[in-house]
Each structure stands twice: as structure tokens, then as C-alpha cells.
Design a protein around this ligand. Structure first.
Ligand code: NAG
Ligand code: NAG
Ligand code: NAG
Ligand code: NAG
Ligand code: NAG
Length: 514
């Protein structure tokens, strides 16, 4: 259901008229008012526009469904940006709800268990499970960090060391601020160092052995087998301004629609890839698999021309219209690539070229179930075989495509992204052995300090991904850690499925040489 906002300020009204199909639904669960407070908070807050609120609440009693039965409603708090206060006082508004509005009927004990991918949170924090995290450890993570973020009593404070590439830091911080709006008062006090650069840097080899010091906890977007960096959802979940990619919630529905446009059987029976090949050797290597006059590896690969596409309004790279092929290739760039989730969301079979990096969700993907593995050092033949296999096992191939897009639509829906952040930060803060404090050079950060002065596409993406209501449910329930045998069983299963594909591929090529 589309969330519908009334922006009290002219600027945002223009935004809404221009960019959203906004219907004001008074008869639904939402009660929208100028000052936007729930009845529970009414007593304890001085609000403007209170009379409007009361008059609207009185309409609540009259709501009925089509059968004439009363609809159970709860007034949903709406918290809009308050740029007026920021302008007048120069500080973050203080009247936003600071405590969690928890619907008693849906208390935390009944929250559904989080998806399995949350179990990797335990693995990522395991290096500090016995030692805890001291101030010294956090300070040592500063060497490469772009910023330090402190959360204290539900407020965020930022100390920037180095500006990040593009708007990575901006939208990462924006995302954390939206988490604070979604779960006011729930995110515990913490201090974290965040590095927005692609590659993980905390090498586990440097922190092992008898005299080893504890590793510094450093947050970033991806990790690999040799490092201990803690993975966190990337900026693109709130939008990627430089490539005109809109917030994930919007993309998810666009991709869902895109899937209905052409059924799997009617899609091109090839493996499609489009991107920038110049960022990595392995991508340049993939270009060799393109169709030519002399050979056809069943691959159709294209160079992304950002300059031309930005001139043409990115119509060509609209992700929802990139679900036209039965197979889509995912290949890492200089490290993990943001593109993976968009590729997996098409009902097409994702062909994953053996990855070296993982983001927060990719370790949960299972070969043959949600994707088809492609060799790194023999890409063309591997792709050729994958496509031939799928075209002659159409039912199974469709199931793989469907399983991946269901994983993305369910386990990776935006509520789960926020819950992942919540649980990661919550578990992390439990490990801190010191009391977080506001650093001297830090400034308070809130959605207003970021969005009110933003303009252009950045502002558009921020308003689109603004969390306007505290959640009325608790975060999902954190699953327990993998015990060592079950983690090993999981990894073994993955290995054995990879092996199966390898053997199948080997047989296929042997057969063709006879
Ligand atoms: C706040 O100040 C900015 C910059 O001076 C201005 O563009 C904006 O319209 C102001 N907003 C409000 C609500 O006063
Ligand atoms: C660990 O420290 C001890 C005592 O300082 C030293 O003798 C030993 O060589 C060190 N071991 C390693 C692997 O560095
Ligand atoms: C791959 O082949 C297609 C079809 O001939 C062509 O349109 C495309 O530009 C080629 N891609 C690259 C990267 O050369
Ligand atoms: C990383 O470790 C996992 C689990 O042991 C293994 O399956 C995978 O192949 C490794 N990745 C690389 C790039 O070595
Ligand atoms: C605060 O910032 C200034 C200038 O950027 C710097 O010289 C100083 O060391 C910083 N102070 C702390 C405590 O980090």
C-alpha cells in the first residue's frame, strides 16, 4: 500500500504533486494531521494543530467496512520534517516522539522471527563475543573510517573525518536516521566507525595468533573471507542519487511489476548483463563472452553509457524493464556490487560469477535454489552451459528465478532491512564496554539537518524514503546464532551444490568434444 503524506510546507506539496500519486485516504488506518501525534502522546505533548487532530479523531468512530462492521483502527502517528523549527532555532526539533509506540496487541513476544540471513549478525560480531568492544578498539577503527556516528538517548551525532565518494555517506546516515524514526527510543547508545570505501580492510591474519590484539570494529558495505569488517546495508536502499536509482521500497514494487510484463517463457533465452566493465578485470573478461559473428555463448552483454543515459533520463537503465531475459548475470565490480539485489529481483535465473565479497544478505543465497553459479576462470563456457541447461529444464529454471525474487521481495523487504540494522546495532552496542559520549567535534544530526537544506535529486530521494511513522510493531525476533555443526552443515551443503554444477558442466563439455 502506498504511503500517503501531507506535507505542510509548500515546497513539499510541489514535490508530491509532481512525483507521487497521492490520494488522501481518510477512511483507512492512517489519520493524517498537521502535527501528527497519536492519542497516547497527546497528553504529554504541546502540539499545534491539536483541534484539527481532535476533529479528525472523531471521524474514526464512524469508520465501517463494506459489510457495515466497524473497522478497528489505530491512530498512526505521523512525523513530518519540521524545517521551520530547524530554521528558527538552528537545532533539531525536540518534539518528535522519543519513545516507542508499541501496539499492545502485537507485542515483541509475538513478533515473527527474522529471516535466516540475520544469523550472520552473530558471525560478524563473533570476534568480540568474548572480549567485548573497548573504546581503544573503536578508536583504532578510525584509521580508514569516513565518519564516526554516536547514538545517545535516541539522538545521532556525527563526526566526519573524510567525505565519502559520491553520496554514499549521506544516504547511509540518512538510512540510520530513518531507523531512529522507525523505532524511536529503541536503538541503544553506541559509537560506531564507518568506512564507505568498497574494500574490506580489517585483515583477520593481523589479529590472530597468541599475542594478537583484538580487531577494530569497522562498519562497511561488504566483507570477504579474509577480513573482519562488519557488513551493513549499503546507501542504495535509500537511493543512489548519481545513477538516479530510487529508494528500495519503490524499486521493489517496480521490479515486481516488471516481472509481470513478460513471462519467463517469453523472455529472451539468453544471459543478459549491463554495466560498467572498466571497473574490474573480471568484467572485461566477461565482455569476451558476448555474441559475435563467429560464436554464441548465449550471453548478451552491454556497456552502460552513463553520460548518454543521464542525458536521456536513464530510461535505458530503468531496472524494472531489465527483466526481459531468462538469465541475468551478476558479476562483482571492484568489490561487491549494489546491482545484485536488482538482478535477483527479476524472475530470471541469476547467473552469479563466483564472488569474492559478500554483503549483508548474500551469504544466505544457495546455489541451484536461488541462483546458478558461474566459473570465474572459464566464464563463457560456464554461461553457455547454464543457459542450455535452463532452456532444457524450463520448469526447474523458472523455480530458481522465482525463489530468488521471492527471497528479495520477502527477506529483503525494507522492513527487514531496517530490522537488520536494528539488530546489528543492538547486538553491537551490547558488546561495548564503555559509555558512549558525544565527541568534541561532532554535530547533532537529524533528518531535518540533512533534508531541509538538500535540493535536487538528493532531496527527492530523501523525501521519498522518509520514515513518517514510528513502527507500530516491534522488530522481528532475532534468530539464535548458528551452532558450529549447523553452520558447517550449511557451508557443506553450499559446497556440495557448487560441486554438482561443476560436475554437470564438466560432463556437458566432455560430451560435446566427442
Ligand atoms: C528554511 O531555510 C531555508 C534556507 O534559508 C529555506 O530555503 C527554506 O524555505 C526554509 N524553510 C522553512 C520551512 O522556513
Ligand atoms: C608473544 O609474546 C611473547 C612474550 O612477549 C614472545 O616471546 C613471543 O615470541 C610472542 N609470539 C608471537 C607469535 O609473536
Ligand atoms: C554485444 O553484442 C551486442 C549484439 O551484437 C551488441 O549490441 C553489444 O554492443 C555488444 N556488447 C559489447 C560490450 O560490445
Ligand atoms: C569463502 O569461504 C566460503 C566458506 O568456507 C567458501 O565457500 C568460499 O568459496 C570462499 N570464497 C572465496 C572467494 O574463497
Ligand atoms: C577537531 O577538529 C579539529 C579540526 O578539524 C582537529 O584539529 C582536532 O584534532 C579535532 N579534535 C578532536 C578531539 O578530534
Amino acid at each position: 500500500m502506498g504511503q500517503c503524506n501531507i506535507f505542510t510546507e509548500k515546497l513539499w506539496r510541489q514535490f508530491i504533486t509532481a512525483h507521487a500519486k497521492c490520494i488522501v485516504l481518510f477512511s483507512t488506518l492512517f489519520i493524517l494531521v498537521g502535527a501528527f501525534y497519536s492519542t497516547r502522546l497527546l497528553q504529554s505533548n504541546v502540539i499545534s494543530g491539536g483541534s484539527a487532530l481532535l476533529s479528525m479523531l472523531s471521524t474514526k468512530a464512524a469508520l465501517t467496512d463494506s459489510a457495515g462492521m466497524p473497522i478497528k483502527t489505530s491512530a498512526k502517528i505521523q512525523v513530518q520534517l519540521d524545517c521551520t523549527t530547524l530554521n528558527l532555532t538552528g537545532t533539531c526539533p525536540r518534539n518528535h516522539p522519543s519513545s516507542f509506540y508499541d501496539d499492545q496487541s502485537r507485542s515483541s513476544s509475538t513478533s515473527p522471527t527474522c529471516p535466516d540471513l540475520f544469523r550472520w549478525i552473530h558471525e560478524d560480531l563473533r570476534p568480540w563475543a568474548h572480549t567485548g568492544i573497548s573504546r581503544d578498539m573503536v578508536e583504532r577503527a578510525k584509521t580508514t573510517a569516513n565518519f564516526r556516528l554516536v547514538i545517545l538517548n535516541g539522538k545521532a551525532y556525527l563526526e566526519t573525518f573524510v567525505k565519502a565518494f559520491q553520496t554514499r555517506d549521506v544516504f547511509t546516515l540518512w538510512g540510520i536516521l530513518q531507523l531512529l524514526r522507525k523505532y524511536p527510543g529503541k536503538v541503544p547508545d553506541l559509537e560506531m566507525m564507518f568506512d564507505c570505501v568498497d574494500w574490506p580492510v580489517v585483515r583477520s591474519a593481523d589479529y590472530s595468533g597468541p599475542n594478537a590484539t583484538a580487531p577494530p570494529p569497522l562498519f562497511r558495505y561488504c566483507g570477504d573471507n579474509n577480513t573482519l569488517d562488519v557488513v551493513f546495508p549499503d546507501w542504495s536502499f535509500w537511493g543512489w542519487a548519481e545513477t538516479n536509482i530510487r529508494p528500495w521500497e519503490h524499486m521493489l514494487s517496480e521490479l515486481k511489476e516488471g516481472n509481470h510484463r513478460i513471462t519467463w517463457l517469453n523472455r529472451e533465452p539468453y544471459a543478459y548483463w549491463k554495466g560498467n566493465p572498466d571497473v574490474a578485470e573480471t568484467r572485461l573478461d566477461l565482455m569476451k563472452c558476448n555474441v559475435s559473428e563467429t560464436q554464441d555463448w548465449n550471453a548478451r552483454v552491454y556497456r552502460q553509457d552513463w553520460v548518454r543515459e543521464s542525458q536521456e533520463g536513464y530510461k535505458l537503465s530503468s531496472l524494472g524493464s531489465q527483466c526481459n531475459d531468462r538469465y541475468k548475470i551478476y558479476i562483482e565490480g571492484s568489490a561487491w556490487s549494489v546491482s545484485q539485489k536488482y538482478i535477483l529481483a527479476c524472475d530470471s535465473v541469476t547467473l552469479i560469477v563466483k564472488p569474492h565479497y559478500y554483503d549483508f544478505f548474500s551469504r544466505s543465497l544457495m546455489p541451484i535454489q536461488q541462483y546458478w553459479p558461474i566459473k570465474e576462470d572459464d566464464k563463457c563456457r560456464s554461461i553457455k552451459h547454464a543457459v542450455e541447461w535452463g532452456n532444457s529444464h524450463k520448469q526447474k529454471a523458472q523455480e530458481i528465478g522465482k525463489a530468488a525474487s521471492e527471497f528479495i521481495q520477502n527477506d529483503l523487504k525494507m522492513d527487514n532491512v531496517y530490522d537488520y540494522m536494528f539488530h546489528l546495532l543492538n547486538q553491537y552496542s551490547k558488546l561495548l564496554t564503555f559509555k558512549p559520549t558525544v565527541p568534541k567535534n561532532a554535530t547533532e544530526l537529524c533528518s531535518e539537518t540533512m533534508a531541509c537544506s538538500a535540493d535536487g535529486i538528493e532531496k527527492k530521494l530523501m523525501l521519498e524514503s522518509l520514515v513518517t511513522s514510528p513502527s507500530d510493531t516491534s522488530p522481528c525476533t532475532m534468530p539464535p546464532p548458528y551452532d558450529p555443526p549447523s553452520l558447517h552443515a550449511f557451508l557443506r551443503r553450499k559446497q556440495s551444490l557448487l560441486k554438482q554444477v561443476e560436475l554437470r558442466e564438466k560432463k556437458y563439455w566432455e560430451g560435446r568434444h566427442q
